[in-house]
Design a protein around this ligand. Structure first.
Ligand SMILES: NC(=O)c1ccc[n+]([C@@H]2O[C@H](COP(=O)([O-])OP(=O)(O)OC[C@H]3O[C@@H](n4cnc5c(N)ncnc54)[C@H](O)[C@@H]3O)[C@@H](O)[C@H]2O)c1
Length: 406
């Protein structure tokens, strides 16, 4: 039996995937409300294919609880934020979860850490936690790191098809965990060491962050001198060895906006390109706010409350708002003491910010300028609703004439 610890964006689909592929699974989360929702037959977030997967897993007998189980295999999928000051990974959730596992785990149990951690975290924080309990790794408990790389919006497909990395002290334990993931994973599964697995996951997200920062910086340069960044990127990408990403209003989510900071925190004098890239990305919401003020001026709009932000989530067609550019922009606006922007997102049904609307028509009626912060299908497919408005499209998804860009 596998006990999956942490039933959030990563732990829940992983638990469901294992259960629906013949593995006995119990999902544990210390959030009693979340467990209650799952027990009552409902998923806790929106994701393509998740409800069907949930139904299959329930049929196969998955259980949800707040209790840690006595079993031979644990998968830990709890948050790993960065420390605001040092930018280093904050391992407190992982260490707390491993400690709770060790309180019940029988001798020889395998503890798989799926949470993203910076290289060396397991050596520095998890092994000592094991030793403090008088236990020995490799004998009493086997540590494994199997970082998750799926993307919200396409999680179910990617769980099935992505390649995976398993880092283990002992090859044989790594192979056993590989077999477990092979129950559903059709991608290639590489078994390697723990530190290599830690580093590869962080490097993958850092690669994305640096490349997004490059596109964002190009957008700023082009804006400064009136050049069309999208046309320039399009032509450059016709070169066989160039593949520039698209600029945007910033980077959010629990991965690309977080993980590269781990390297900056751990290697401040070495990770300089990475650090500067993160600053460029984190500066984009401010850049968008400045553009909003310029567009207001150009169009004679003097009241910020006549401007509406379309989209609160960090990317299109998901409900995850963590570190979203819109939230960063609203924070920045509050710091400038110029609150008043209106906000709407079809995926965010509860009230999370001031001046939030839950009806698109009502939102559009109240604003003159619409800033498209997220390219949800809803707006892409209903662009005519924006006719007559001043549109600032930060995602380059609106094809109406006269649209402003980043
Ligand atoms: N969200 C993503 O897109 C994504 C993608 C790849 C990797 N990751 C990584 O996966 C890890 C988990 O991220 P997430 O997005 O699923 O986080 P999340 O916040 O959605 O879920 C974490 C869950 O863990 C629970 N939890 C925390 N500590 C616990 C404990 N001690 N015992 C039991 N439950 C506990 C929380 O209640 C929460 O439900 C992070 O390290 C993240 O970096 C996330």
């Amino acid at each position: 039996m596998v006990n999956v610890i942490g039933l959030g964006y990563i732990g829940l689909p992983t638990a469901l995937m294992l259960a629906s592929h013949g593995v006995e699974v119990v999902g544990t989360d210390y959030n009693a409300g979340l467990v209650k929702t799952l027990e009552s037959g409902h998923t806790t977030f929106k994701e393509d294919g998740l409800d069907d997967l949930f139904a299959a897993a329930v049929k196969a007998g998955i259980r949800f609880t707040t209790e840690y189980q006595v079993t031979d295999t644990y998968i830990v999928s709890v948050p790993t934020p960065y420390d605001d000051f040092s930018k280093k990974v904050d391992p407190c959730y992982v260490v707390a979860a491993v400690n709770s596992v060790l309180d019940v785990a029988p001798k020889g149990a395998v503890v798989v850490i799926e949470s993203t951690v910076s290289p060396g975290t397991i050596d520095k924080y998890v092994r000592p936690a094991v030793e403090e309990k008088g236990l020995k790794t490799g004998e009493d408990v086997h540590l494994v790191h199997a970082p998750e790389r799926i993307i919200p919006g396409n999680m179910v497909y990617e769980l099935l098809h992505n390649n995976r990395t398993i880092g283990a002290d002992e090859r044989e334990v790594g192979e056993r965990v590989k077999e477990l993931y092979s129950s559903f994973c059709q991608g290639e599964i590489v078994v390697t060491g723990i530190r290599t697995a830690e580093m590869t996951k962080v490097v993958e997200n850092t690669f994305r962050a640096v490349n997004i920062a490059f596109a964002n910086e190009l957008a700023k340069i082009c804006r400064h001198d009136g050049m069309d960044v999208y046309e320039i990127i399009r032509i450059c990408n016709m070169h066989p060895r160039v593949n520039i990403l698209q600029p945007g209003p910033g980077v959010g989510g629990h991965c690309i906006s977080v993980d590269p900071w781990f390297l900056v925190g751990d290697y401040p004098s070495l990770a300089t390109v990475i650090g500067e890239s993160m600053k460029v990305n984190d500066g984009m919401p401010d850049f968008v706010l400045e553009r909003i003020y310029d567009i207001m001026k150009e169009n004679g709009v003097t009241d910020i409350s006549r401007v509406g932000l379309y989209g609160l989530t960090y990317k299109e067609n998901v409900d995850d708002m963590r570190q979203s550019p819109t939230l960063q922009l609203l924070d920045s606006q509050a710091r400038h003491l110029a609150e008043g922007l209106k906000v709407y997102d079809p995926f965010v049904t509860r009230d999370v910010v001031k001046n939030q609307y839950h009806d698109l028509d009502a939102f559009l009626r109240c604003v003159d300028i619409v800033v498209v912060m997220v390219g949800h299908d809803e707006i892409k497919k209903n662009q005519s609703l924006l006719e007559g408005k001043i549109v600032f499209d930060t995602r380059n998804v609106i094809t109406l004439p006269g649209v402003y860009h980043i």
